[in-house]
Ligand binder design. Structure first.
Ligand code: UDP
Length: 406
């Protein structure tokens, strides 16, 4: 009898931390469900990510030169380099798999939709995994409506409290300042704005759309999205799904998905803190701050009199090119009440009983992780979906406060 071959899925994440984390979890889950998985990293990220024994890792160029910083605003260069350079390489790579291991399906990130062109050309079924919130996806989908209604473009930072009524389902919720950050671009021809609109419409061509969200959280918005993306699968929050399948712990040999080295010393520091006493502070993997902003937060945290655990990435300060230079005040003064690390095991930190609040940039993974851990948020959104996520946190889900633009 002929043996049934195991379906072989290739997963293609966008090469940034907030996209790799959920895609890697999806890869682990699918592997547990019996699929053979190839996880396609960029050459640049591959060295930084711990492998997982159940997944096959391959690499591809992100199209940028090795010395490109790939951080801060420059990360957006990848939107265009992947279209130009990675797309033809992706086609070659798919054709290069041996006959006994053909790629039988693809799951690509929601802003890597060039993969749809290649997959459909080669006759390979493709699904899209959009790692942002549904509320942001819907706002992007409504950008043509916003333009038609005269809500876009708007000048600079003028009249940011003006209500926005042209996003169905959010008519009484949004102000200019709550729209995804690309809506602050004055020029409608701006390539980044055009890129996100294109990607959002293009992903409807895939066989299905997977979202890292859940109906109890975003059902009203999902009902608006549904007719535009008929094969919609809400599988979030994906980090809990992996835990549930493992009886509350991840497989010990699973990759933690981190591109930075975790400093676990903060877990011991948390152990000696009282119940719900600590403010956890992290702005995710992409946000950069000015030196003045960093010091302002520092003084606020110290003067609050509360214990705090603060993630200060090496490349957190704008213009630093990842070279460090944390102001001396911070290095010296945290001993007593504060703990500073370059990168934390965030899911574990949020689940720790000593953590009572999260000062966050409102990235979607951080928001979901905080919701699941039951930790209230103080939101300081900066870019992408963060502005709309924080509005939902403060006004719809009511599990935090929004201090945007302050
Ligand atoms: N993260 C982490 N340690 C840190 C900071 C962040 O493990 O010190 C993880 C966090 O748990 C989340 C991801 O990095 O899964 C950040 O994704 P998010 O969507 O919140 O923000 P982004 O980095 O994309 O802006």
């Amino acid at each position: 009898m002929k043996q049934r071959s195991v379906p072989h899925l290739l997963l293609l994440p966008f090469p940034a931390q907030g996209h790799i984390n959920p895609m890697l979890k999806l890869a682990e889950l699918l592997s547990q469900a019996g699929f053979s998985i190839t996880f396609l990293n960029t050459d640049h990220n591959h060295e930084r990510l711990t492998a997982s024994p159940r997944l096959r890792f391959q690499t591809i160029s992100d199209g940028l030169p090795p010395d490109h910083p790939r951080s801060g605003p420059l990360l957006q260069d990848i939107f265009f380099s992947t279209q130009l350079v990675t797309k033809p390489l992706f086609r070659d790579l798919l054709l290069s798999f041996p006959q006994d291991l053909p790629v039988t399906g693809i799951i690509a990130d929601g802003i890597m939709s060039f993969a749809i062109d290649v997959a459909q050309d080669l006759g390979i079924p493709i699904f899209i995994f959009r790692t942002f919130s549904a509320c942001c996806l819907w706002a992007y989908r409504c950008i043509p409506k916003l333009i038609e209604a005269g809500d876009l473009p708007f000048e600079g930072h003028d009249d940011m409290d003006r209500p926005i009524k042209s996003v169905p389902g959010m008519e009484t919720l949004l102000r200019r300042r709550d729209l995804p950050s690309i809506c602050r671009l004055k020029d409608l021809e701006n390539p980044v704005l055009q890129f996100f609109v294109y990607e959002t419409f293009n992903i409807a061509r895939a066989s299905g759309l997977i979202l890292n969200t859940f109906d109890d959280l975003e059902a009203p918005i999902l009902s608006h999205i549904g007719p535009h993306f008929p094969q919609l699968y809400t599988i979030g929050p994906i980090h809990t799904l992996l835990k549930t399948r493992q009886g509350d712990t991840q497989p010990t040999d699973a990759s933690n998905g981190s591109l930075w080295e975790e400093d676990r010393s903060c877990m011991a520091w948390l152990e000696s803190r009282p119940f719900k006493s600590v403010l956890y502070v992290s702005f995710g993997s992409l946000v950069v701050v000015t030196r003045d902003e960093l010091l302002e937060f520092w003084y606020g945290l110290v003067n609050s009199g509360k214990p705090f655990l603060w993630v200060v990435r090496q490349d957190l300060i704008a213009g630093n090119d990842g070279k460090g230079e944390i102001p001396a005040e911070l290095e010296g003064g945290t001993k007593e009440r504060g703990c500073m690390v370059g990168w934390a095991p965030q899911e574990e930190v949020l689940a720790h009983p000593a953590v009572g609040g999260f000062l966050t940039h409102s990235g979607w993974n951080s928001t979901l992780e905080s919701i699941i851990a039951g930790v209230p948020m103080i939101c300081w959104p900066q870019l992408a979906d963060q502005q709309i996520n924080s509005r939902f946190v403060s006004e719809v889900w009511r599990n935090g406060i929004d201090m945007k633009d302050r």
